[in-house]
Design a protein around this ligand. Structure first.
Ligand code: 0RA
Length: 665
């Protein structure tokens, strides 16, 4: 009998995860090279083999990869303690894994009494590793820190080699069981110091022994970001691939890596490292021009995905420091509300890494840091680093805060939009805007709404319309036109709100197109630059906030004529220079006498009758249905003309100078 799982089970219980000497130890069955006296029946290790998922989570590839992490974590602990600066991990062609480090080497001294070496104890007794390590920060022993003994128990074969104290030592195991005592087999130079663990995972326990190169590489890269000065070489002999990781900048490099395909708001990440009360705190962060947050929080190199006390400290300090600075710098005025936590986390890439002697991991999955003393320490380091950065880089500071203010405005806009939807459904049609001249028809199928630029044109349209089925909502152009009307500012705008209420469908997520009060919505603006500007704003607004209005074919652009051509009693309208010329030529042929040409500079110049004939009478008017393409173009034009970037605006104006001039005739 040579394997732990065939051993008679003297004690049973799951809780007995502890080395247990069974009195009547059986003899080794097949050439194990060990004797009855030194066979320790490893009840604890047997428990690991019987219920592997209790120790490594699963026996699929995740669990398999855990074995590698466990061994490498022990080497990283040596690096954290300042005794190791390189690790080589190799996956061999037969799926054997070898991890070599230049740490202190697992202690090899004998324990009198047990006759076992420290190395054998570390490799066969659950949780024994820590007893010999003592103090310092540890990756292993943290989240999945079950110890190398678990790797040993779940390996068909494992060889540990140590170079220390001038010697070379080796011990071999099968399924956790030593095949012989630790043996010295040579000498070592101090420069050769370290540990080599080589193991072949047990194929009867794991679903597959297929290690994933990318998964492991990812983990090793992360370890190197988090452990300054550590070099990990990763070799995959199955596919002849190899990576070496080393990051001079530590977590600053990590932040740059996460932001490498993003447009960053400031060139240099904010960074600080401090040792406070025995806790090492490292923060690095940088804003990019996006809406998402990529913040990762580590405790002893373990990714605490559920956050915890270090996250709290960082978030609190970030929000408070940015608010204080904004007030001091006058970026936030007295009347402005504070930036919220959400505002300051938009477009934030951050790595927070703390290292502490006794991390407490909490929660179902033990992925939240619980040490309360960490919160003020991280807050202090974050605030100091950020304050210094803001003081020393005022223009970066301004860009950073503009990003946060943009987030604040967007949040406010979303709130207003939501409020609007709620109010709409609460009162349902009772809050129609005062400026709306509604139609008498109640069947939306038959109704039209004209959105008319300017109060005077609105007045003409009200007189011109067929009030049975045509409604008019005048929009004061000036208001829409102010500044660079951002979407959120537009939502705060009375005119826009009136429009949303009149349409009845709500906005954004809560939009319900079936509630549309008018089958046709017509934009009626002047045929000049301002008119086209307002049309662009409106189209963009609909595209971004009520796309269904466009895709379902409800949105139209009215086509007021540019010219009135009169000869005698006959009046014709022209919608372009060319049409005007054709009309003039026709009139000239038909009769002699004066031909009167009136150019309409705005809708207000038409009397109600003319407006009805040319633009509003369904029998004679021309209207253009907008499609998504129009709106997309409008959206791009909007971004180009209204956005913050100067270069594309300049390019647009140069490219379109001719059409701009045409608008401006
Ligand atoms: C126990 C105690 C010490 C080091 C280690 C274990 C150790 C374990 C592994 C596993 C892979 N590489 C390793 N390197 C070291 C401390 C030794 C001392 O104090 O000299």
């Amino acid at each position: 009998m040579s394997t732990a799982d065939e051993m008679p089970n003297g004690r049973g219980g799951e809780g007995a995860a502890r080395l247990q000497v069974v009195k009547q130890a059986p003899k080794a069955g097949r050439g194990g090279g060990y004797t009855a006296e030194n066979i320790q029946v490893l009840e604890g290790l047997e428990a690991v083999r019987r219920r592997p998922s209790m120790y490594i989570g699963t026996t699929d590839t995740r669990g398999l990869h855990h074995l590698v992490y466990e061994v490498v974590d022990n080497s990283v602990d040596e690096a954290l303690a300042g005794h190791c600066d390189w690790i080589v991990a190799t996956i061999h062609a037969d799926n054997r894994v070898t991890v070599i480090d230049n740490g202190r080497g697992i202690p090899v001294d004998m324990h009198k009494g047990t006759g076992k070496s420290a190395l054998e104890t570390v490799l066969t007794v659950l949780h024994a590793g820590g007893k010999f390590g003592g103090g310092g920060y540890k990756v292993s022993g943290g989240l999945h820190g079950v110890g190398v003994s678990v790797v040993n128990a779940l390996s068909e074969h494992l060889v540990a080699e140590v170079r220390r104290d001038g010697g070379r030592y080796v011990q071999e195991f099968r399924k956790g069981i030593p095949q012989a005592k630790l043996r010295r087999f040579g000498t070592s130079e101090p420069s050769e110091r370290g540990t080599t663990i080589s193991f072949l995972a047990d194929a009867t326990i794991f679903d597959s022994l297929d290690f994933d190169f990318t998964t492991l590489a990812q983990r090793f890269r992360e370890m190197c970001y988090l452990t300054k000065g550590l070099r990990i070489r990763f070799v995959d002999e199955r596919t002849d691939r190899e990576y070496s990781f080393y990051f001079e900048g530590g977590i600053v490099s990590f932040v740059r890596h996460l932001n490498k395909n993003r447009q960053v708001v400031h060139a240099k990440p904010v960074y600080a490292e401090r040792q406070l009360n025995g806790v090492n705190v490292e923060v690095a962060f940088q804003y990019f021009d996006g809406q998402t947050e990529s913040a990762y929080f580590f405790a002893n190199n373990i990714n605490t995905i559920d956050g915890g006390t270090h996250q709290t400290g960082f978030r609190t300090a970030l929000t408070r420091t940015l608010n204080e600075y904004s007030r001091k710098a006058g970026i936030l005025k007295d009347a402005d509300p504070n930036l919220t936590g959400e505002d300051v986390r938009e477009g934030l890439t951050a790595i927070i890494s703390v290292k502490l002697p006794e991390p407490q991991f909490e929660g179902q999955t033990k992925t939240r840091l619980g040490n309360a003393e960490v919160t003020p320490l991280v807050a202090q380091v974050t605030a100091e680093a950020l304050n210094q950065y803001l003081e020393e880089n005022p223009s970066d500071a301004r860009r950073m805060l503009e990003q946060c203010l943009r987030a604040a405005r967007a949040r406010e806009a979303a709130r207003k939009a939501k409020e609007l939807v709620i109010r709409k459904s609460a009162l349902d049609g009772m809050t129609l805007p005062g400026k709306l001249a509604d139609c008498s028809e109640k069947n939306p199928e038959l109704c039209e709404l004209y959105l008319v630029e300017g109060d005077s044109a609105g007045g003409s349209a009200k007189q011109a319309r067929d009030r049975r089925f045509q409604a008019i909502l005048p929009l004061r152009g000036k208001i829409l036109n102010v500044e660079r009307a951002r979407m959120d500012r537009m939502l705060g705008n009375e005119e826009i709100r009136a429009m949303i209420t009149a349409l009845g469908i709500g906005i954004g997520d809560g939009l319900d197109i079936t509630k549309l009060r008018y089958n046709r919505v017509l934009l009626m603006t002047d045929a000049d630059v301002d008119g086209s500007h307002i049309r662009t704003l409106l189209l963009t607004f609909f595209f971004r906030n009520m796309p269904q209005l466009i895709t379902e074919g409800h949105l139209f652009i009215a086509q007021p004529p540019l010219f009135r051509v009169q000869s005698g009693r006959e009046i014709q309208y022209a919608y372009s220079d060319h049409e005007r010329d054709v009309l003039v030529a026709e009139f000239g042929k038909k009769r002699k006498g004066e031909i009167g040409i009136q150019r309409y500079k705005g809708l207000g110049e038409m009397n109600p009758e003319q407006l009805w004939d040319t633009t509003m009478n369904p029998a004679t008017r021309t209207i253009l249905r907008t499609d998504l393409q129009d709106a997309v173009v409008a959206d791009e034009v909007f971004d180009t003309l209204m956005g913050d970037q100067v270069a594309p605006r300049k390019k647009f104006i140069q490219t379109h100078a001719r059409s701009v001039r045409n608008l401006d005739v």
